[in-house]
Design a protein around this ligand. Structure first.
Ligand code: ATR
Length: 264
């Protein structure tokens, strides 16, 4: 039976097995999907197990999206551009790294009908998922992307991958049409110390976190009259794209899909 896994550290919180196993069952595919916590030194032999086809394929989450790259034979253009891999397939003898976070973010924004063409976007954070978000935003033809991160150097490093990025000191605010919380602040109800109350209304507040459903950041956005969206659809659609790569079938996203993720 084909075995799929998601690797990360920590990994306990991952809802990928619930979603992927639900879709496997729905589509009568005889395979399993599990999660495994790895350490850095274990990555190489894990990836080689895919090459030996002991494992059929995997998803990759924090903090390994970049770590896996040297062990792969090929990268999709998106994975190469972002230097971030969240899905690994085995195609004609080659280990291939893909990035489905970009399509996940894109699908989530399309569902909102909020056009970002020519708009200004402020991103808080510079962690693993941010290069994917930047590429998706560039494809949407946004006018300006500004990154603000506690460790400024990590924001500066993103300029190596993308030109025209602006960097803003952590704790400062500029005007924007969309603001994205891509930090882990909010996972444990920690607060983001920024005052959004004077910026006006009808902007888009987006949080990559979806558990809790409404972080303090999204609550602040809502209170000051803005549109809010959490990371749930991005999570679902990155998983959907990975499923398509492995099984060549597009799984359904319906009420039941949303419900199984709410159960937690
Ligand atoms: P990684 O950085 O390993 O890819 P991540 O979960 O993808 O991990 O990213 C965590 C993000 O949340 C980072 O941007 C981090 O900022 P630093 O680069 O300065 O570490 C940010 N973050 C986490 N805790 C934070 C805090 N208490 N205040 C501000 N930013 C924080």
């Amino acid at each position: 039976m084909n075995k799929y896994l998601v690797i990360g550290n920590p990994i306990d919180h991952s809802l990928s097995p619930k979603l992927q196993n639900y879709w496997l069952k729905e589509n009568n595919i005889d395979a399993t999907y599990d999660k495994i916590k790895l350490e850095d030194y274990e990555i190489k032999s894990f990836i080689l197990d895919i090459k030996k086809q002991k494992i059929a394929g995997c998803n990759v989450t924090v903090p390994f999206k970049k770590t896996v790259i040297p062990f792969l034979d090929k990268l999709s253009p998106e994975a190469d551009q972002t230097q971030s891999v969240n899905t690994i397939t085995f195609d004609n003898g080659d280990l291939v790294g893909h990035n489905t976070d970009i399509a996940g973010f894109d699908a989530a924004i399309k569902k909102l009908n909020f056009s970002l063409k020519g708009k200004r976007v402020l991103i808080l954070g510079a962690g693993g998922v941010v290069s994917s978000i930047i590429l998706a935003l560039k494809n949407m033809l946004v006018q300006e992307i500004t990154i603000s991160n506690r460790t400024r150097e990590k924001a500066e490093n993103l300029r190596v991958l993308f030109n025209n990025l602006k960097v803003l000191e952590w704790g400062k605010l500029i005007d924007f049409d969309m603001i994205i919380n891509a930090t882990s602040l909010g996972l444990n109800n920690e607060k983001i110390n920024l005052d959004f109350s004077t910026l006006g209304k009808n902007k888009l507040f987006y949080d990559v976190i979806y558990n809790p459903q409404e972080t303090h950041f999204l609550k602040l956005g809502k209170e000051s009259g803005n549109i809010i969206e959490n990371g749930k659809n991005m999570f679902i659609y990155q998983a959907l794209e990975a499923f398509k790569l492995w099984h060549k079938i597009e799984p359904k996203v319906n009420e039941e899909t949303l419900r199984i993720l709410d159960d937690d």
